[in-house]
Design a protein around this ligand. Structure first.
Ligand SMILES: [Zn+2]
Length: 381
């Protein structure tokens, strides 16, 4: 009888042990799956142009991946901001490119120089953020990284060119801006594919037969299309109706290609603003036909880095840019400012790696915009 009892006890222990280990395995496999999804979303970042039948749909699944990623991010590691010299009140370069072509000139960057710019930025810990994230103060970079915004004006064919390869297949020209950005991101996945292309009406990026594919590709891969007015107009002498037609007509054109995409940023053509103060509002928002447009960021031509979105002087409707060039830049080109950042003459924005805090040396507290609407908490140190 005693023997029977102890046999039953042993059996029960074995049974319990088996149950517990089964549960452990289950937990493990859930965790593995979670990681697996996340890795997938990273790998499938770039949508192949030629194979892509519905890039918008693919982007949706990409977004799910991002949501998974942000869920994981809630367990973010806390980094001592002092250790990474965090300064989230420092300046941000919004780089302005035009042509990517040969030979190098005032408004032309050669493909090789553009590649070298990306490499230099990468090596100095700059990472691209979208113009929208910058304007809204949603800069999410690893601790110690510096945001940079990449912009391209005028929608030239050399910004996004399609060529036929030896097999007769149409591919993205590896020497066009988009080709270079995509290749660089594939080689360096921690350099996000973020850039805004400010286009005009007509045939953006040339090649009539590819306009739709190109616009879809840009948006599906997380890059953006911005407003540069329909006819590249000089705004100085336009009246209210003309301004709204220039801006609304461009928005309307993009919506015909991409019904779900909102053009919400503007780069002023020639850096021009209407002369009359009461007309400035039409740069921000207005209407044309059945279109209502609203720009959350307005970019000047400019010549210097602009304020952190958390800085008291930041105005998203007056963002200055830096010319991404070395020719005729009058000592205010991108490399001049990079030097000033490196030598400490000017302080760059350096991320604390957290989505919950805005970290900066406490002696800069007077520059912190306390009335800014954000979930992030000031973290002076
Ligand atoms: Zn322009």
């Amino acid at each position: 009888m005693v023997k029977m009892k102890s046999f039953l006890v042993i059996l029960l222990i074995i049974l319990l042990f088996t149950l517990v280990s089964c549960q452990d395995q289950q937990n493990d496999s859930v965790e593995e799956n979670g990681n697996h999804d996340y890795e997938n979303s990273e790998q499938e970042d770039i949508i192949e142009f030629e194979e892509d039948e519905d890039p918008i749909e693919d982007h949706e699944s990409d977004k799910e991946g991002e949501e998974n990623a942000s869920q994981e991010d809630t367990k973010e590691e806390v980094v001592n901001p002092e250790e990474v010299n965090a300064n989230e009140l420092g300046d941000v370069m919004v780089l302005m490119y035009h042509h990517i072509s040969e030979p190098e000139d005032t408004w032309v960057r050669t493909p090789d120089n553009f590649r070298q710019d990306l490499q230099n930025l990468y090596d100095l810990d700059f990472r691209p953020v979208s113009l929208e994230d910058y304007a809204k103060g949603k800069i999410n970079l690893e601790a110690g990284m510096k945001p940079v915004v990449l912009t391209f004006d005028d929608g030239r064919q050399n910004n996004f060119n399609m060529i036929e390869d030896q097999t007769g297949e149409w591919i993205i020209d590896p020497d066009s801006a988009v080709g270079i950005l995509v290749d660089f991101h594939e080689e360096n996945p921690d350099f996000p594919l973020e850039a805004t292309f400010f286009i005009n009406g007509g045939t953006p990026f040339g090649q009539e037969e590819f306009v739709r594919d190109k616009l879809e590709f840009i948006v599906a891969n997380g890059m953006d299309i911005g407003n540069h007015s329909y006819t590249h107009a000089n705004f100085t002498d336009l009246d209210a109706e003309e301004l709204q037609r220039e801006l609304g007509r461009l928005t309307k054109m993009v919506r015909e290609y991409l019904p779900d995409y909102d053009v919400n940023t503007l780069a002023l053509p020639f850096g021009s603003r209407p002369g009359k103060e009461e007309l400035q509002t039409y740069l921000h928002r207005g209407g044309y036909d059945d279109i209502i447009y609203e720009h959350i960021a307005i970019l000047e031509v400019g010549w210097q880095p602009y304020f952190s979105p958390y800085h008291i002087n930041f105005d998203p409707l007056k963002i200055q840019r830096v010319r991404a060039s070395e020719m005729n830049v009058d000592n205010v080109g991108m490399y001049d400012w990079i030097n000033h950042f490196e030598t400490g003459n000017r302080r760059p924005f350096i991320s604390d790696g957290s989505k919950n805090t805005i970290s900066f040396p406490k002696e800069h507290y007077e520059y912190f915009n306390e009335s800014m609407e954000t979930d992030r908490k000031a973290n002076p140190f």
